[in-house]
Design a binder for this molecule. Structure first.
Ligand code: UFG
Length: 325
């Protein structure tokens, strides 16, 4: 299929681009490069540098690529920042998505895979979380993703748009030529390795008094390549009714366990300091991915935390300056 990947110069989007190409799709990337990197887009792939809020530019890219489907990842995605800047988040993520959908309808592109998030669940009442759990986002970021899931449902019913939403848990790891390069970095795993490389001060562990076995937060880390493979499966199973799928490995790891694994994998001591809780962090976020396993046959190829961290460490130690080197 001819696929336009929005946000394809970002961490997850650049891996999605590679995996779609490996599966035989013809991919073009649409990215504003505000947080993405030109160097993350594989050589030979057409890159359209523009904002999704620019409907004319999106229409041009869809036409240019003769797109048959869109994988829509372009968004700003930090939970904490979104609380301070809801306007920026609604504008970028909601208005950007509506503009993209306008362009798709105008150009008769009727298929979309949407990048959603575990943040739609807020503070979950059950664990592991399945897709039937109530969605009560605690942040504007989660709100924006939940809103677009709703828009897609309505557009499917009214305009026949075929869609699937994938709710990502904690993406981590790397491919040999594509890894994580956020500026500033806020995510636990790359921060630990930046510290191991001597590029950043000791990481603060956000809270040691959670109701978990070691007192630190538990998250469901999923290898970014496993996450990306789910997009190719989703593209083959789109429908007007639309399906929503969780994407995690179903086994949680605490911040302390991730730290221990990062020390093992890097061979570096990695100093940390113990700090207060970060506002808005639920104690435990673990996915049930039973639905996507049953309906699309998805299984993680890299469910172990050491393997995920080994791939992240390989990329970061070979690219200490991210995409700048
Ligand atoms: N953490 C620390 N110290 C740090 C950074 C993180 O202790 O310096 C902890 C956090 O408190 C959390 C865990 O490490 O318990 C993971 O934190 P990340 O910042 O790496 O990831 P989040 O779980 O906060 O968020 C990620 C994505 C979101 C998405 C969410 C869904 O960044 O976009 O997963 O689970 F919504």
């Amino acid at each position: 299929m001819n696929v336009l990947v929005t946000g394809g110069a970002g961490y997850i989007g650049s891996v999605v681009t590679r995996v779609l190409m490996r599966e035989g799709h013809d991919v073009a990337v649409f990215d504003s490069l505000v947080t993405g990197h030109r160097g993350a887009v594989p050589r030979g792939v057409q890159l359209h540098v523009a904002d999704t809020r620019d409907t004319v530019a999106v229409r041009g890219a869809l036409r240019d690529h003769r797109a048959e489907a869109v994988v829509h990842l372009a968004a700003i995605s930090q939970v904490g920042t979104s609380v301070l800047d809801p306007r920026g988040y609604f504008d970028n993520n909601v208005r950007g998505s509506l503009s993209l959908l306008d362009a798709m309808l105008a150009e008769n592109v009727g298929r979309i895979v949407f990048s959603s998030t575990a943040a739609v669940y807020g503070e979950p009442e059950v664990c592991p979380i399945d897709e039937a759990a109530p969605t009560q986002p605690k942040s504007p970021y989660g709100d924006t993703k939940r809103m677009i899931e709703t828009v897609l449902q309505r557009y499917g019913a009214a305009y026949g748009l075929e869609h699937t939403s994938l709710r990502y848990f904690n993406a981590a790891g790397a491919m040999p030529d594509a890894g994580e390069d956020h500026r500033p970095e806020t995510h636990l795993i790359p921060k630990l390795f930046q510290s191991a490389l001597g590029q950043a001060p000791p990481v603060t562990v956000f809270g040691t008094d959670y109701p978990t076995p070691d007192g630190t937060c538990i998250r469901d880390y999923i290898h970014v390549e496993d996450l990306a493979r789910a997009h190719t499966l989703a593209l083959g199973a789109l429908s007007r009714e639309g399906r929503v799928y969780n994407l995690g490995c179903g086994g949680g790891f605490s911040v302390q366990q991730v730290l221990d694994a990062a020390r093992r994998v890097s061979g570096c001591p990695i100093a940390v300091q113990l700090g207060a809780r970060r506002e808005g962090d639920p104690a435990i976020l673990v996915a049930s991915s039973a639905r996507i396993a049953a309906e699309l046959g998805w299984r993680p190829a890299y469910p172990g935390i050491d393997e995920i961290l080994t791939h992240a460490w390989d990329w970061m130690s070979k690219h200490p300056n991210g995409y700048d080197d």
